[in-house]
Design a protein around this ligand. Structure first.
Ligand code: PMP
Length: 452
């Protein structure tokens, strides 16, 4: 039986009140911040958690958040992946403490640079790399390179995608055509002039779009992870690789979230060779660092392009990218944190979580499904996992998510806002998972009873 709308509404209202009553220090800090920050927070997404005022975090360690009121939370959101390996992993914290005394930024490389280059090449299987400060910027750079090297203007993305705040990717598919996604602030340029979109898992639509031979690159995650979760059907990614090769289009894979799959990301494990690859967020343990890599063939073209480029600004790079501090964090994270052993634990714990959630939904006869990508789990309000962005969007229920998330948060469990993503870090235990599942069951029971 579907959950009653009035009950969802009542539980959400009661949880908002409960939050307001039990977080006086966060409330005071919110009042103090209000006059000096847009939306009352230093970055406006921080007010999007559905709480009556933002939760102010005093400390984040391992998988525990401690808020300004001294309340503790088991964190399955993990900074929406930035802290996938836990908050402040010791090797990164130690490397940063040492690096801080040696200098932070100089616009010159440090001796960590060749080590980091080798580690990235070994891990992801692409030989040549660049650093940026965010995954957004890595994707923006990869798109620019693709356009420069192919001489083509169009970019193809899949409906439901998110690759950071990269203008070229802000489209959705409506009645078979790309349109601007709703909500963009100050958007003036017509993004649909140079961006096309098709549904994920639709090779026929992809081929139709690529056959015009004006598409510079396909930019995609190996699985869509920002509209809920959409896994590739067997053979889909191989098909994407084959079609992009056939039509002279570069394939850029964004592994920012699917880095949860394995140390070298999803595609390394699947044996798919992209032309370019981007990864950000967790790659340096939570510091603002991202990377993009190129195949040998693309790197040769890019070097030749640089050699003959007209003088003037490239339009790529930012001043603090690859600074001394970033390189130290990246090196420590690759060498000592994102290890095979860490992944083994994270994936095993996430499998346990997926199993427990499936059991819970079956017990309550809820038509909800669970999807796992290595250390990452997602539950969606659909009987079976969605096959594309349209189906994933149809499975979303913001009001129900809001009620569940707030119920969890008020009882010391944090999961990602916007959809139902949970990550397992090296410090996540089965006991943490049991707490999450038991608390979620209490939330479902409260809605079923109709009273909070
Ligand atoms: N790529 C993917 C797949 C992402 O999910 C995100 C952020 N959610 C980004 C890129 C952009 O990351 P950032 O906001 O750190 O630039």
């Amino acid at each position: 039986m579907p959950l009653d709308r009035h009950a969802i509404h009542a539980v959400a209202a009661a949880e908002r009140q409960r939050f307001a009553d039990t977080h006086p220090a966060s409330q005071r800090l919110a009042q103090e911040s209000r006059g000096h920050f847009l939306a009352g927070v230093p970055m406006h997404w921080m007010s999007d958690w559905g709480t009556p005022f933002p939760l102010f975090v005093e400390k984040a360690q391992g998988v525990t958040l401690t808020d300004a009121d001294g309340r503790r939370y088991t964190d399955f959101c993990l900074g929406d992946t930035g802290a996938m390996f836990g908050h402040s992993p010791a090797p990164v914290a130690e490397a940063l403490a040492a690096a801080a005394g040696r200098g932070l930024t100089s616009m010159l490389p440090s001796p960590d640079a060749p080590v980091v280059g080798r580690l990235l090449a070994e891990r992801f299987g692409l030989p040549v790399w660049q650093l940026t400060a965010t995954a957004t910027d890595a994707n923006r750079a990869a798109i620019r390179w693709a356009r420069a090297l192919t001489g083509r203007s169009q970019v193809l993305v899949f409906n439901g995608c998110y690759h950071g705040t990269v203008d070229d990717t802000f489209v959705r598919l409506k009645n078979g055509r790309a349109v601007h996604r709703p909500g963009l602030i100050g958007q003036q340029a017509d993004l649909t002039r140079h961006t096309v979109a098709v549904e994920f898992n639709d090779l026929a639509a992809l081929e139709a779009a690529l056959s015009s031979r004006d598409v510079a690159c396909v930019l995609t995650e190996p699985a869509l992870t920002n509209c809920g979760m959409v896994l590739p059907r067997p053979g889909f990614l191989n098909g994407v690789r084959e079609l992009t090769r056939r039509y002279g289009t570069l394939l850029i894979l964004d592994e920012t979230h699917t880095l949860s799959s394995a140390p070298g990301g999803w595609v390394r494990q699947a044996g798919i060779a992209p032309d370019m690859l981007t990864v950000g967020k967790a790659i340096a343990g939570g510091l603002p660092v991202a990377v993009y890599g190129m195949s040998a063939a693309v790197a040769i073209l890019a070097e030749a392009y640089l050699a003959r480029k007209e003088p003037g600004h490239s339009g790529l790079g930012t001043t603090l990218s690859a600074n001394l501090f970033s390189l130290a964090a990246l090196r420590a994270n690759l060498e000592a944190v994102a290890t095979d052993a860490a992944y083994q634990h994270m994936t095993g714990t996430a499998s346990y979580l997926g199993h427990r959630l499936s059991e819970l939904f079956a017990l309550h006869h809820l038509p909800w499904c669970v999807t796992q990508i290595g250390a990452r789990c997602e539950f969606q309000f659909a009987v079976s996992p969605p096959a594309n962005g349209r189906e994933a969007e149809a499975a979303m229920d913001p009001e129900l998510e809001h009620a569940l998330h707030l119920f969890l948060l008020n009882r010391g469990v944090a999961i990602t806002p916007f959809h139902n993503m949970m990550l397992c870090a090296p410090a996540t235990t089965r006991a943490h998972v049991d707490t999450l599942v038991t608390t979620l069951e209490a939330a479902i029971a409260a809605i079923e009873r109709g009273v909070p």
